[in-house]
Design a binder for this molecule. Structure first.
Ligand SMILES: [Zn+2]
Length: 276
């Protein structure tokens, strides 16, 4: 599943190039998670603005001569990838959305079709607004201070891993990154949120940020064209210290890394390094 770093690397791969392009045509393939919500011909002729990201959503603003014309809210779902290129070629059977512009074609490839492209009149209006309403702070948003992060954890009784995955305090810590950040912060993933001290909360926030920054750096350094954006999370996994390493020795303390299931998701942790 594409996680936040992969979505951000994808956004960076085309944001500059598509900015200012004019929409020439829109092609819809098989139905995605939600219908587009606007006739494709209405979008033709719009000018595309600079792509933004909120959580795992990409927002592509549209303009007409007389002003803003809403935008397209995109999500990669479980298996989607977005590619932007001058030579898109004929669409394949998993290519379900093409936005052909004067500068190239933005194409969504999504075998499982849980992804979405949705027109919305604005980011803060339906249908975009309700989808974004429950998202927590962006990971690099300075207004999420250690104090606020700690206070938010204090209000929960679930495990700290579940709270990270829920994404309503801070977005971006999907399964790989949550496991790695908790290892980095030396916190047992099963620890109840309301039992985490202020000092450990501050350390965890720092670890989440550091983990995601590493993934972005890795994604950015391997990025040549859009094809490389797909696979950032996989590339990061090769650097993981606990994720996917059950039964192997911890590189820090040599204890055996364990795998447990929390909320139907696999959690990897080191019982030597990570404490409740
Ligand atoms: Zn260890």
């Amino acid at each position: 599943m594409p996680e936040l770093p992969e979505v951000e690397v994808t956004r960076r791969s085309f944001a500059d190039r598509i900015d200012g392009a004019t929409v020439i045509s829109v092609r819809l393939g098989a139905p995605l998670r939600w219908p587009l919500g606007r006739a494709p011909r209405w979008i033709v002729g719009c000018r595309v603005g600079r792509a933004q990201r909120r959580g795992k959503y990409i927002w592509l603003p549209l303009w007409r001569d007389d002003g803003p014309a809403g935008g397209l809210l995109m999500h990669l779902g479980m298996s989607g990838s977005l590619a932007f290129g001058a030579q898109a070629g004929e669409p394949g059977r998993h290519d379900h959305f093409d936005l052909a512009t004067s500068r190239g074609t933005l194409r969504l490839t999504d075998p499982r079709r849980f992804g979405a492209v949705l027109w919305s009149p604005a980011l803060d209006a339906p249908p975009a607004a309700p989808l974004l309403a429950r998202l927590g702070a962006e990971p690099f948003d300075d207004t999420l201070t250690p104090e606020r992060f700690h206070a938010a954890l204090k209000r929960r009784r679930c495990s700290v891993k579940a709270a990270l995955l829920a994404g309503d305090i801070i977005v971006g810590a999907g399964n790989i990154y949550a496991c790695e950040a908790l290892f980095d912060a030396a916190i047992d993933p099963r620890t109840r949120c309301d039992r985490i001290s202020r000092a450990r909360a501050a350390r965890l926030l720092d670890s989440v940020r550091r983990t995601l920054a590493q993934a972005l750096e890795l994604g950015g350094s391997t990025l040549r064209d859009f094809r490389d954006a797909h696979g950032v999370d996989g590339a990061y996994q090769a650097h993981a210290r606990v994720y996917g390493r059950a039964g192997l020795a911890c590189a820090r303390c040599a204890a055996t890394v364990r795998r447990v299931v929390q909320g139907q998701r696999a959690t990897f942790y080191c019982p030597g390094c990570q404490k409740r």
